[in-house]
Design a protein around this ligand. Structure first.
Ligand SMILES: NC(=O)c1ccc[n+]([C@@H]2O[C@H](COP(=O)([O-])OP(=O)(O)OC[C@H]3O[C@@H](n4cnc5c(N)ncnc54)[C@H](O)[C@@H]3O)[C@@H](O)[C@H]2O)c1
Length: 245
């Protein structure tokens, strides 16, 4: 039980990597709060609760600062503390630079960048008071090397690496660590949108020879959220089967 007596918020916990993380954290003893836009988060919470785990859901958009603040207070009321924030919610709206609409840019920045800022700022006050916290955010290996058709997404994923380093500097003295993960190609609804022929071209670029599963990233989140990683601060952990070269 690596997360016994810990309370974790997982944004985007209704699907994909976030759902796998909610399941893993609950099984490792955490009380889990899923924040997501979709009601499927409620199904995830109910299924895990029926198995005896402590999992709740609140419908929150990370883009809505007031809603995030109120949901943060609700976690404090329900669980008494917030030990772990997993900034996992993210979206894509891919287009090449010359075709990208302002709306594609604005929406991706609102969720992937401002959303991460909103959630981190809201919980950091509580983590500072309790002199303990683990903040782990979803970057991407494209945030390290760029990617065709993803000006907006790459801007946010590179920014997450930078913000993480700032938070490590600012919050380290309060017993808080801030780290991020750079996943490679992981099989989720996000990457389901990639046409099959493109996927087949991408697979040989992965030294591991296959795409990752959501649980591969959930294990990374678990490590960085655990006490075992208490001296790990400001890093970006790449989990991509070796494809970022
Ligand atoms: N799948 C990959 O290959 C991959 C690779 C690198 C990085 N990532 C990152 O990992 C994270 C999880 O990706 P995934 O593949 O599991 O995605 P996903 O699309 O399967 O799940 C994302 C979840 O986030 C939720 N969400 C979207 N907007 C939200 C908002 N405004 N507020 C709250 N919740 C919101 C969605 O409803 C969904 O449940 C994302 O940040 C993504 O950018 C994924």
């Amino acid at each position: 039980m690596r997360l016994a007596n810990k309370t974790a918020i997982i944004t985007g916990g209704a699907a994909g990597i976030g759902q796998a993380t909610a399941e893993l954290f609950a099984k490792e003893g955490a009380s889990v709060m899923i924040w997501d836009l979709t009601d499927h988060g409620n199904d995830v919470a109910q299924t895990l609760s029926a198995q005896g785990y402590k999992v709740s859901f609140e419908k929150v958009s990370v883009t809505d600062k007031a809603a995030v603040q109120s949901a943060t207070e609700n976690v404090i009321k329900q669980f008494g503390r917030i030990d772990i924030l997993i900034n996992n919610a993210g979206i894509t709206k891919d287009k090449t630079l010359l075709k990208m609409e302002q709306e594609d840019w604005d929406k991706v920045l609102a969720v992937n960048l401002t959303g991460v800022f909103n959630c981190t700022q809201a919980v950091a006050y509580h983590m500072k008071e309790q002199q303990y916290g683990r903040i782990v955010s979803a970057s991407s290996n494209v945030g390290l090397r760029g990617n065709f058709g993803q000006t907006n997404y790459v801007a946010t994923k590179s920014a997450i690496i930078g913000m993480t380093k700032v938070w490590a500097l600012e919050l380290g003295r309060f017993g808080i660590t801030a780290n991020c993960i750079a996943p490679g190609f992981i099989e989720t609804q996000m990457t389901n949108a990639i046409p099959e022929e493109v996927k087949q071209k991408l697979t040989p670029m992965i030294p591991a020879g296959h795409w990752g599963k959501p649980i591969d990233i959930a294990y990374g989140y678990l490590y960085l959220a655990s006490d075992e990683a208490s001296y790990v601060n400001g890093i970006c952990l790449t989990i991509d089967g070796g494809s970022a070269r």
